[in-house]
Design a protein around this ligand. Structure first.
Ligand code: AMP
Ligand code: TRP
Length: 327
């Protein structure tokens, strides 16, 4: 029996090369080892204001990119959270067993709500309950998340254990799967910050759907330093980050890369890096455009994905309702 893995992806912002090397590429590679469920979490997306038209486009874009990155919709399940109503239903039931004190400890809510103060939605406060429902519905063994989401998975474990201690064993307690120090790509404009989906600055990230000219211009403007040597030196974060990107796209060994650029200047290096990135993304982009040429196609895959996962979700929900004494 393959272990059940559940991943949630927000359909917001622009998916970039950090997401690809830090997550999507590994997800695609893990399909032989694990039984994977990928959920596009549109109900989580609306915890902060969204433009409806943009959200609709982004949902299909994320799905298209997952498929283009090698997620196979027959081998894995890919579905839209709002199309399986058990997520919202289980989240409500869990809400009634979550002490508000637990919620108040969530660091991501504290950070996100600082700016918005009392305008913050109740949904954003309740975000972890919905995430717990996502995971628990499918009896997931493993939940691959970045460091920033670890607290939410711990919270999911706590609520599952609390429910089980009241009603007897009902919910499977999952484990977080934090990637071993893998690729961590930093911002092109500021190599001290992780490349991020939500950073608005134009030269911050190389997005998976950027055109060749945009990629060249972003890499051309990337922060470097006033030295000359092109070496993997962590004390020179700008050049180091660009070399890491070169390494990830070419798969070459570090000494070979350093030898290749010996005696060359930053301008030559950036030009060559830009071409490597343009060519590296080309197959993914063309698969993406093929898949999304007919917008109805992705929608049909969503329907198929939801039908695949719904029976499991409904089985768990039914069990929970029975335990609680509902209906
Ligand atoms: P996020 O963009 O924060 O929603 O993250 C989605 C996934 O991409 C997570 O598994 C992250 O660990 C991964 N990821 C996000 N940004 C980077 C980055 N700059 N470098 C490497 N991996 C990243
Ligand atoms: N909160 C996650 C993020 O922002 C997305 C998410 C929602 C998720 N539900 C999930 C991740 C369930 C893993 C499991 O990245």
């Amino acid at each position: 029996m393959k272990k059940q893995v559940f991943s949630g992806i927000q359909p917001t912002g622009n998916i970039h090369i950090g997401n690809y090397f830090g997550a999507m590429k590994h997800w695609a590679a893990s399909q032989a080892e694990f039984s994977n469920i990928f959920c596009i979490v549109d109900l989580h997306a609306i915890t902060v204001p969204q433009d409806p038209q943009v959200l609709k486009v982004k949902i299909r874009e994320v799905a298209g990119l997952l498929f283009a990155a090698g997620i196979n919709w027959q081998e894995s399940a890919v579905f839209l959270q709002s199309q399986v109503s058990a997520h919202a239903e289980l989240a409500w039931i869990l809400n009634c067993f979550i002490p508000t004190g637990w919620m108040k400890r969530m660091t991501q809510f504290k950070e996100k709500s600082e700016k918005m103060k009392d305008e913050v939605s109740v949904g954003l406060f309740d975000y972890p309950a919905l995430m717990a429902a996502d995971i628990l519905l499918y009896e997931a063994d493993l939940v691959p998340v970045g460091e920033d989401q670890k607290q939410h998975v711990e919270f999911t474990r706590d609520i599952a254990q609390r429910f089980n201690s009241i009603y007897g064993k009902t919910l499977k307690v999952p484990e977080p799967l934090i990637p071993k120090v893998g690729a961590r790509i930093m911002g092109l404009d500021d190599p001290s910050k992780k490349m991020s989906k939500s950073e608005g600055k134009s030269a911050h990230a190389v997005n998976l759907l950027d055109s060749p000219d945009i990629i060249r211009s972003k890499i051309g403007r990337a922060t470097t330093d006033s030295l000359r040597e092109i070496r993997f030196d962590k004390n020179r974060p700008g050049i180091y980050n660009l070399l890491v990107i070169y390494e990830l796209f070419t798969g070459l060994a570090r000494p070979d890369i350093e030898r290749h650029f010996q005696g060359k200047g930053y301008a030559d290096f950036k030009r060559e890096l830009a071409e490597v990135v343009v060519e590296g993304l080309r197959p993914l982009q063309s698969r993406y455009h093929e898949l999304t040429a007919d917008p109805k196609y992705i929608d049909s895959l969503f329907i198929e994905g939801a039908s695949k996962v719904r029976p499991t979700a409904e089985r768990t929900l039914k069990k929970v309702k029975e335990r609680v004494g509902l209906g």
